[in-house]
Each structure stands twice: as C-alpha cells, then as structure tokens.
Design a protein around this ligand. Structure first.
Ligand code: PLP
Length: 272
C-alpha cells in the first residue's frame, strides 16, 4: 500500500498573531515577500526556551525594515507573540531557533525551527560574489544568491561557500562571518564597509576578544594558521580547509568558542 501520510513536524508558527503548526500556515500568493523576496527576516537562537540576544535581533530587524522602506516591522506585537509561541512550542524543552519574517504585504511570521548540528572543521570552497550595495544594512528575504553560493560550493565537494569579490577580497560565508588569525598573530575580521552583514555574533565576539577589523585578500587568508566562522546558529565553528589549503583548529579558535559559550551562558542565566 502506498504511504501517502504527510509527515507533520512538531514546529509551530504564528502568522499575524495566530499560532498554528507551521505547515498549516499560509500567506496569499500575491504577497510581494513571496513574489519578489521583498521583506526582511531574522533568525534567533533559542536555548532551552530562551531567545538569545532578542533585543539585538529586533533592533536589527527595525534597521532592516527602515532601510528597505517597509512601513513597519511590528516590534511590539512581536515582543508579546514571541514568548507566547515559545511557550506553546514547549518552553524550556525547546532548543532550536526562531525565524521572524516581515513581508512587503505587511505580514508577520514567526516560525520555530530545529537546531541542526554544525560540526567543527567546516571545509569552504570559494565562490565569486559581488554584494548588492543597495541592500547594505538590510537582512532581506532576497537570499537566493547566498543559498546558490552554498549549493555551488557543495557541488564542488565542499561543506559551505566562502564569498570572495571579483577583486579577491574575502567577505563572509553565505550565513556567517569570517574570523582569521593573521600571520602577525592578530585575530581579524573584515570591516562592515566591505558590505557584509552586521552579524550579531560578530559584534559579540568583537566586544569579548581583542579583534582587529581588516580587509582580507584570499592570499592573506591562505597564510592564516587558523580561521573560524561565527553566527547565531554556528556560534564559533572552526574552518578545516579553504579550497585545498588545510587549517588546524588552533588555540585562538578554541578561546573564541569557549569565551562566546561562557558569554551565552552568563546572559541566559541573567535572563532566566
Ligand atoms: C550573510 C550573513 N553573514 C553573517 C551572518 C551571521 O549573523 P548573525 O551572527 O547575526 O547570525 C548571517 C546570518 O544569517 C548572514 O546571513
């Protein structure tokens, strides 16, 4: 007998305040968030029911919305709907992430998602990429280019892409920030004026550790002893290789990982 059972996920969503299983929520096909990727989003890590760095994410959502000329991002509604949704999803039993989407059609969507493991030693393949400058300061729904970069790198056998401009400047990965240890021992990350995302994890790492913002050429990165990616979902994830150059998980990466972890735990303890 054919098995036509639709597998339901445990994930929940809220659309304009109405909570329901995620796969039952629908938005009109005419919403330009769908038709043109015209809208903004955030992904927030939820540790045992607590949304980490929530205020920072809502601040960035407001900046994104203003830069994209969205009329509003419904901050006060989100502030009351997020705890409601997380409670409904299991409260302290939920460890995962929360996606917020605000569309040009004026819809606000919250979705819980599982936390997928990000093993250390990620192998990166270079993909040539030119940032869309008009979208500086916008975490927009137009992420097809970033997703394609990952696929292109994976087609070549890598885990993830490393975005590099046509002039050889290393930017970031499609959903994470790059840090590397320069030949002089300095922990570095590219500056925001390279048209990269103002990552919240990047900002925390910059405040926790001694980091210099430096533009980075591919050759410079290849001479680094160690390097890592940082993001809401990855926290600190060591880089195992860029193209055919191997990297070690060294002491600076371990220090960044443990310092960031301790910072998360301290902030969660204060919140809870
Ligand atoms: C292009 C890009 N860079 C960096 C990051 C990391 O940002 P955050 O630390 O705020 O998760 C993301 C996150 O999605 C991203 O999309």
């Amino acid at each position: 007998m054919a098995d036509d059972t639709v597998t339901k996920t445990a994930e929940l969503g809220a659309l304009d305040g109405r909570i329901a299983p995620s796969d039952e929520l629908t938005i009109p096909v005419t919403d330009e968030g769908l038709l043109r990727g015209d809208g903004v989003f955030e992904v927030i890590r939820v540790y045992d029911g607590t949304a980490f760095a929530l205020a920072d994410h809502l601040d960035r959502l407001e900046r994104s919305g203003a830069n994209l000329r969205l009329p509003e991002v419904f901050r006060s509604e989100l502030e009351s709907e997020i705890p409601e949704l997380l409670d409904a999803r299991g409260g302290r039993d939920f460890d995962g992430s929360l996606r917020i989407v605000i569309t040009r059609g004026g819809r606000r969507l919250l979705l819980t998602e599982p936390a997928l493991p990000k093993p250390p030693g990620v192998r990166l393949g270079i993909v040539t990429y030119a940032p869309t400058r008009v979208l500086d300061g916008v975490k927009s729904l137009s992420y097809a280019a970033n997703m394609l970069c990952t696929r292109l790198a994976q087609e070549r056998g890598f885990d993830e892409a490393l975005l590099v401009t046509p002039h050889g400047r290393v930017l970031e990965a499609p959903t994470s920030t790059l840090f590397w240890v320069a030949a002089d021992g300095t922990l570095c990350t590219p500056p925001l004026d390279e048209h990269i995302l103002a990552s919240i994890t990047r900002d925390r790492v910059l405040r926790l550790l001694d980091v210099e913002e430096r533009p980075c050429l591919t050759d410079t990165l290849m001479e680094a002893g160690e390097a890592f990616l940082a993001s809401t979902i990855r926290e600190v994830q060591s880089i195992g290789a860029v193209e055919d150059v191997e990297f070690e998980e060294g002491p600076r990466t371990r220090e960044a990982a443990s310092t960031f972890r301790a910072h998360v735990e301290a902030e969660l303890a204060r919140a809870g």
